[in-house]
Design a protein around this ligand. Structure first.
Ligand SMILES: *[C@@H]1O[C@H](CO)[C@@H](O)[C@H](O)[C@H]1NC(C)=O
Ligand SMILES: *[C@@H]1O[C@H](CO)[C@@H](O)[C@H](O)[C@H]1NC(C)=O
Ligand SMILES: *[C@@H]1O[C@H](CO)[C@@H](O)[C@H](O)[C@H]1NC(C)=O
Ligand SMILES: *[C@@H]1O[C@H](CO)[C@@H](O)[C@H](O)[C@H]1NC(C)=O
Ligand SMILES: *[C@@H]1O[C@H](CO)[C@@H](O)[C@H](O)[C@H]1NC(C)=O
Ligand SMILES: *[C@@H]1O[C@H](CO)[C@@H](O)[C@H](O)[C@H]1NC(C)=O
Ligand SMILES: *[C@@H]1O[C@H](CO)[C@@H](O)[C@H](O)[C@H]1NC(C)=O
Ligand SMILES: *[C@@H]1O[C@H](CO)[C@@H](O)[C@H](O)[C@H]1NC(C)=O
Ligand SMILES: *[C@@H]1O[C@H](CO)[C@@H](O)[C@H](O)[C@H]1NC(C)=O
Ligand SMILES: *[C@@H]1O[C@H](CO)[C@@H](O)[C@H](O)[C@H]1NC(C)=O
Ligand SMILES: *[C@@H]1O[C@H](CO)[C@@H](O)[C@H](O)[C@H]1NC(C)=O
Length: 809
């Protein structure tokens, strides 16, 4: 505290200076110590005086252990160094400690402060390292006027409080040094957070980076390994006036808790024999200690890779983000809660319990009562035993989302989290009950009388579950597994979680424009592909329901079959039949795999796509324009049959067959006809155009975009048309298959048909029924006119342009 110079000059009268021939532990009123002089606690442990930290020349008034090297534990003027050795500390007759620089003028540097009047003040450096101002003849700590323990620097000593006094507003917390040359306040603080149930925290700036986990009467639950020490006891005191953490030495060993300049909370003890400080523990100790690293309802396990996983019965809020290592969005319940109908609790054993910032405690409840109270308050999300110091007592309830949990092998606490009834332990118990009931029933069959049987079963009923609850449980299970809004099976998220092994990375088989695709195996052994629509994708709920609606009604051997869908909060998923041979682009645009496709297979694929499209355009009840035909949307089954997939952008055109206009362009550059890309006009002929491009790509084995001919980049249709006009269209065919002369005619004919499909003029393009006819016959074909293409030079060669775009116009 700074006091103006005018007050100082009037306060300051140096009458006598301590005679320091022998070490003293006190300063009396009107006495002072100068730089170079010190006072020492009566047992010789602590010394107080002026020092310069590290390489600094600045002088600070501080206190240190009298060990070598001396270890500073407290600094008075940490923010206001003295740049000369002219520092003087004086105790005034009114009981105030004043530190000033005496360079002719008296410049105030630092001052203690007391509010009560004092008779005969004395400043004493006590054996526990507390520098106090007290009445000369009163040794009672409760009556100290001022004490350094109330003004911690970066170190907590035995008997110091860390916490808050609600009456006076006094806070005790530690803040690190700026660096080893400068004891001024650094970035990190170590403090007890009195909000909710107390826990110790480390903050950087204001941001929480670590918390110890809730106090359980013996220790903080996130730090099991420090339980068995015999050197000190520690406690958390909670009452109306104050809440604080404190440790106290059992014998005269030295131990201190500090926050170092890199934000580590460290406990050091002095090894008398070795004469060194031993680091007993340090927090945060690993990445799992980083505050809330796994997001809400996530759990960190340092031995796992990846470290984060959702708690059992919870799933990622965003599967896409979570599998990519972005855990911040956390997890949500697999099954939604239904507080009105009744939820349950599931036990999560031995974990560092979540952040207790919004909790309520009741020391008098037992665990059973705790559960009941929590169950009856819909906003109570979890509960646990409060205090394990003398058996398990008390109730700790959480409100709001649960954060910052980690697995701890021992010394953690059992946490009971609110979950849907069917996910709860009660339903587990129910299952056990049913088993034991049927076991008993089995005994009954062995010729015992019915009455005896019933008596026996009744006797064995340890769980009192009425038949009614049992029935409603079963009903709820049923309700979960079928939603009948659509003509399509609804899969619950939990089924898909199990099928894909919690969307494990190894099961990821693709990344579509709208999100990842996972392989899964259902309980009955069926292989499925689960397409997750990522939150960040542009395919919104509309496109999703669109796809579900369309494809649910479509059935054709050249269309991929949708088996079901799932919506759960933000998560939207489609379940398809699994295609072992992946998608066409996987073969086509890979130098090696391209060779695997011979001509008959290619032709078969082209023919299949044509038939699938024909079905979409004409034969299905809905008459659908796909709008995003491209190689990555053609999947291949065991026998290399092509199957059109991805109906997120499809449109039905039942009402009117003339081209429709859209103000939102969807599709993929390179496959879009000019009238669509430029004017937004789409019709069945847009798909015909895309089909033509696709057929050329299959023949040629090259992407349309970035097709390099000679030294200039050309689009495939343009190039094919030139060659065709010159009678050299066979040169277009991939060299691996060109040599098979007996297919040459079919190759040339296919290119010809493809060129008819990509003609500039929409009306000139054949419809799909004509295309299928032409592919299957040998009759004459009309001459193609100039293909339509448009310049999208910026996307040439860019991989990103294979992604379906949604572009407002
Ligand atoms: C301190 O000094 C003042 C002024 O010289 C004097 O009045 C007072 O008696 C002194 N007090 C003590 C305890 O020496
Ligand atoms: C010490 O600091 C004062 C101002 O705080 C300044 O005027 C003085 O020059 C400094 N002395 C040295 C030796 O740096
Ligand atoms: C530490 O205590 C001071 C007051 O003594 C307070 O201003 C500051 O906010 C506290 N810091 C933390 C992180 O609690
Ligand atoms: C835990 O229980 C012990 C013994 O009953 C008691 O002394 C202590 O104050 C309790 N601690 C808390 C934080 O409730
Ligand atoms: C204090 O207790 C610890 C543990 O019992 C022991 O190792 C140490 O030697 C003791 N120190 C003193 C000074 O008695
Ligand atoms: C803080 O402690 C950690 C761990 O012991 C150490 O690596 C780091 O260097 C320390 N920071 C400073 C500035 O001494
Ligand atoms: C549930 O608990 C919260 C938090 O303690 C409290 O504010 C609320 O009133 C409780 N609700 C009921 C219905 O008891
Ligand atoms: C009661 O159930 C247990 C298993 O839960 C079984 O071992 C035991 O035999 C049963 N007793 C009777 C009398 O059915
Ligand atoms: C099951 O669903 C039906 C129809 O949605 C509803 O009427 C019924 O209450 C549900 N039953 C349970 C146990 O949730
Ligand atoms: C397609 O899949 C089947 C079954 O998995 C496999 O036997 C066949 O070799 C695959 N075909 C190609 C061309 O990879
Ligand atoms: C497809 O085109 C042929 C030939 O132009 C025509 O006869 C047929 O009616 C068309 N089919 C449809 C469904 O438009």
């Amino acid at each position: 505290m700074m006091i103006s110079t005018s007050i100082w000059s009037f306060i300051l009268v140096i009458s006598s200076v301590l005679a320091l021939s022998t070490a003293v532990s006190t300063i009396n009123a009107n006495q002072s110590i100068k730089d170079g002089e010190t006072i020492v606690s009566s047992d010789g442990t602590y010394e107080l005086g002026f020092f310069s930290p590290g390489n600094s020349k600045n002088r600070y008034l501080g206190m240190w252990y009298q060990v070598s090297p001396s270890t500073v534990v407290w600094v008075a003027n940490r923010e206001t160094p003295i740049n000369t050795t002219s520092g003087v500390l004086q105790l005034t007759t009114s009981g105030i400690l004043n530190l000033f620089r005496n360079t002719g003028d008296l410049i105030p540097i630092w001052s203690s402060y007391i509010s009560l009047p004092v008779q005969n003040p004395v400043a004493e450096l006590r054996r526990n390292g507390n520098f106090v101002i007290r009445e000369e003849n009163d040794d009672n700590p409760d009556k100290f006027f001022w004490q350094s323990f109330d003004h911690p620097t970066d170190t907590l000593l035995s008997g110091m409080k860390l916490g808050k006094n609600f009456v006076t507003g006094q806070e005790w917390n530690l803040s690190c040094w700026k660096n080893s040359d400068d004891p001024a306040r650094g970035e990190y603080t170590y403090s007890l957070d009195p909000t909710g149930y107390p826990h110790n925290t480390i903050r950087k700036g204001g941001n929480l980076i670590f918390q110890t986990g809730a106090w359980n009467g013996l220790r903080f639950s996130g730090r099991p390994q420090y339980s068995g020490n015999t050197m000190y006891t520690h406690k958390v005191v909670i009452n109306k006036e104050e809440v604080y953490y404190m440790f106290e030495m059992i014998n005269s060993s030295l131990s201190r808790l500090m926050i170092n300049q890199s934000g580590k909370g460290q406990r050091w003890t002095w090894l008398q024999q070795a004469q060194i400080w031993n680091s007993v523990y340090e927090v945060p100790k690993d990445q799992c200690d980083s505050y809330n690293i796994c997001g809400t309802y996530g759990e960190c396990n340092i031995d796992n890779n990846p470290r984060c996983a959702c708690l059992e019965k919870f799933v990622p809020s965003s599967i896409d983000a979570y599998t990519n290592g972005d855990w911040s969005s956390g997890c949500t319940r697999k099954k939604p809660l239904n507080c009105q109908k009744g939820d349950g609790f599931r036990k999560y054993p031995q974990i560092k319990v979540p952040d207790t910032i919004s909790t309520r405690i009741d020391e008098n409840m037992n665990l059973k009562e705790c559960k009941k109270v929590c169950l009856n308050n819909c906003s109570c999300t979890a509960y646990a035993t409060l205090n394990i110091s003398h058996g398990e007592t008390g109730c700790l309830q959480w409100f709001g989302d649960l954060k910052d949990m980690r697995e701890v092998s021992k010394g953690g606490r059992d946490l009971y989290i609110r979950v849907a009834l069917s996910d709860s332990d009660r339903s587990k118990n129910l299952a056990a009950l049913i088993i034991s009931l049927s076991a008993s029933a089995g005994v009954c069959l062995l010729g015992l009388t019915l009455a005896f049987c019933i008596w026996k079963i009744k006797k064995n009923l340890t769980l009192k579950v009425s038949e009614e609850t049992l029935k409603s449980n079963l009903k709820e299970h049923k309700n979960m597994s079928q939603k009948e809004d659509l003509d399509l099976p609804y899969f619950c998220l939990s089924t898909l979680v199990d099928a894909t092994n919690n969307f494990a990375k190894v099961n990821k088989i693709g990344q579509g424009g709208f999100g990842p695709v996972f392989k899964g195996i259902l309980e009955d052994g069926q292989e499925v592909a689960v397409k997750c629509l990522s939150e960040t994708s542009k395919q919104g709920t509309n496109e999703f329901m669109n796809e579900v609606k369309f494809i649910a009604k479509l059935q054709h051997r050249n269309l991929v079959r949708l088996l079901g869908y799932c919506t759960d909060g933000e998560n939207k998923m489609l379940i398809y039949e699994y295609m072992p041979n992946k998608s066409l682009d996987w073969y086509l645009f890979d130098e090696f795999r391209n060779k695997l496709l011979d001509w008959p297979q290619r032709f078969h694929i082209i023919d299949g796509i044509a038939r699938g499209l024909l079905y979409l355009h004409q034969d299905s009840r809905l008459k659908i324009i796909h709008r995003d035909m491209k190689a990555s949307n053609i999947l291949l089954d065991n026998n290399m049959n092509s199957k059109i997939s991805d109906f997120g952008t499809a449109r039905s055109f039942i009402e009117n067959e003339s081209p429709a206009n859209t103000n939102q362009i969807v599709g993929t550059f390179g496959y879009m006809p000019p009238e669509y890309a430029l004017e937004g006009l789409f019709s069945v002929k847009s798909d015909v155009f895309s089909f033509g491009v696709l057929a050329l790509e299959i023949v040629c084995g090259t992407r349309n975009r970035g097709y390099i001919h000679g030294d200039r980049i050309q689009y495939l249709p343009e190039h094919a048309w030139r060659l065709h006009k010159e009678g050299r269209s066979l040169e277009l065919v991939h060299q691996n298959i060109r040599r098979k002369s007996r297919y040459r005619h079919e190759m040339i004919r296919t290119i010809h048909i493809a060129l008819l499909c990509v003609q500039q003029c929409r009306e000139e393009r054949p419809n799909m029924s004509t295309v299928v006819l032409m592919l299957g016959s040998k009759g004459d074909l009309p001459m193609p006119s100039q293909p339509g293409f448009y310049s999208e030079r910026s996307t040439v060669g860019s991989e990103a342009s294979d992604i379906t775009i949604l572009q407002g116009r």
